[in-house]
Write a protein that binds this ligand. Sequence first.
Ligand code: MG
Length: 158
Amino acid sequence: MRIGCGYDSHRFAPGRRLVLGGVEFPGETGLAGHSDADALVHAVIDAIFGAAAAGDIGSHFPDTDPKWKGADSIELLKAAVREVAAAGFRVANVDATVICERPKIRPRAGEMRERLAAAMNIPPSRVSVKGKTNEKMDDAGAGVGVVVHAVCLLEEME
Ligand code: MG
């Protein structure tokens, strides 16, 4: 077993769509970023690479590479899972906490778990997504952006 932690944060930016965990939130302000700025998927990817001691999201999918401009982060997650599979690992489970004042995460958490699980070839019962406000404290609490923490357990395949 190998454990990894991941973290990501993105600022809100007008004129962009909001995508978290591969799920779109119509009518909500989106996040700034080179890709689709899906901070939840990015934190999960970093947890996976971290568990495999395989670098980080920036070393695998550099934001200076035009190839990843506007990229669907779910596709990056699939690529990350393929990469650690090639190194002999599969994802056992993922747990993530999304910190923001808006949008409300819980009503869409089931969809996010399904999208993430499908991208990682595991059942949704192995994926947890929790939403928290920051009780109006600090930048996430002031509505400046979204912060995500994630952990991932990898198991070695025989
Ligand atoms: Mg990111």
